[in-house]
Design a protein around this ligand. Structure first.
Ligand code: HEM
Length: 342
């Protein structure tokens, strides 16, 4: 908020700021620290992570035919993907695991790595068979860092794009926050149940932006039968979340941005089971409740303090997604006009 306030309403491509702010939340949990916005090491990691998410597009043939990795050259950028993976793993995971291990204090488990190492050491001491090991820890860290950074930040960018397209909706969100919370303190979690319209706008953003369009690839371990079709063992399965989030039978005029679809006659949140931006089933998003908390806290605070305005009046950002395992909006600039100074 301070970083945006300091811009004095100048247009900005806000992607790296939202990315760093969001990523710092998961980093505080997993490595026990946040990083400065000027930290070049962290900026590089996030840049690589974003590139990685783009390279993981299902339209990239090497993600469908892994043997293309062995074709000379790097037409399909699978070698670049491996390079990025090793860089992030070495500089983020291995480094922080080593550092935590060197400073390890059994009585001070204040982050995920130290808690994991403590459990691992306990299992070793007890001679228990366990899957807790440093290789797995490094993979889990990479998953949490990867899944917990770009997704929430991408959803925030779409929210901004829609608010620029629909200023009357942005205004209504602001009025609700002003009524319920006021402007003397930032919106807190306790206010969430009373900020129904704000929550509906966030949910409609998630539905329409559908930022993880085909979920995360899964793999059948045994043969399965789905609606009469046989899916052999060893098949990669993608869940097309778009077809549900944009289904005309569930959502009237599904491509319209209409937050009211998540509100009942009393103005309270109502959520059809087809609302599944975090997927469904046993492997649904691990970070759903955290992501929903982050989206609400960040976005409500931003709307409370700033009016979002386009870079140039009447020139709105494109509502076009980039290709990748997630779909952020194409690059755009936005102005954050401080409501305190207007
Ligand atoms: C708006 C933000 C987010 C969206 C839309 C989102 C969406 C998803 C989706 C669609 C999946 C695939 C589920 C499946 O395979 O069926 C997933 C998996 C996952 N997400 Fe998220 N996610 C978000 C934020 C987060 C955050 C903040 C975290 C970290 C705490 C996180 C951690 C994970 C993990 C670890 C998985 C893999 C779960 C597993 O395979 O069991 N996500 N997410």
């Amino acid at each position: 908020m301070d970083a945006l306030g300091q811009l004095g309403g100048q247009p900005i491509d806000v992607r790296s700021l939202t990315n760093t702010a969001v990523s710092n939340v998961i980093c505080s949990i997993i490595v026990g620290k946040r990083f400065d916005y000027e930290d070049t090491y962290f900026a590089k990691l996030l840049e690589l992570l974003n590139e990685q998410v783009r390279l993981m597009a299902t339209s990239n043939l090497s993600n469908i035919f892994p043997w293309l990795h062995y074709v000379p050259g790097d037409t399909f950028q699978s070698k670049k993907r491996m390079e990025n993976y090793h860089y992030i793993r070495t500089f983020f995971c291995v480094h922080h695991i080593e550092k935590t291990e060197n400073e390890f204090d059994e009585d001070n488990k204040d982050n995920f790595i130290s808690a994991y190492l403590a459990e691992m050491k306990k299992a070793e001491r007890q001679g228990r068979e366990t899957t807790l090991n440093k290789e797995n820890l490094s993979r889990v860290l990479l998953n949490l860092f990867g899944a917990g950074s770009e997704t929430t930040s991408t959803t925030m960018l779409w929210f901004m794009v829609y608010m620029l397209h629909y200023p009357h909706i942005q205004n209504k969100v602001y009025r609700e926050i002003e009524d319920v919370v006021g402007t003397e303190r930032v919106p807190a979690m306790q206010d969430r149940p009373r900020l129904n319209y704000t929550n509906a706008v966030i949910m409609e953003t998630q539905r329409l932006a559908s930022i993880v369009p085909v979920g995360v690839p899964h793999y059948t371990q045994t043969e399965a039968t789905v609606m009469g079709y046989t899916v052999p063992a060893g098949t990669t399965v993608l869940s097309n979340l778009d077809t549900v989030l944009w289904d005309g039978d569930t959502w009237e005029n599904p491509m319209d941005f209409r937050p009211e679809r998540f509100l009942d006659d009393q103005g309270k949140i109502t959520q059809p089971e087809q609302f599944m931006p975090f997927s469904i089933g046993r492997r649904l998003c691990l970070g759903e409740s955290m992501a929903r908390m982050e989206l609400y806290l960040f976005l409500a605070a931003l709307v409370q303090r700033f009016e979002f305005a386009p870079e140039v009046p009447d020139q709105l950002p494109l509502r076009v997604p980039l290709d990748g395992i997630t779909s952020p909006p194409v690059k755009f600039k936005i102005r954050f006009v401080d409501r305190r100074s207007t």
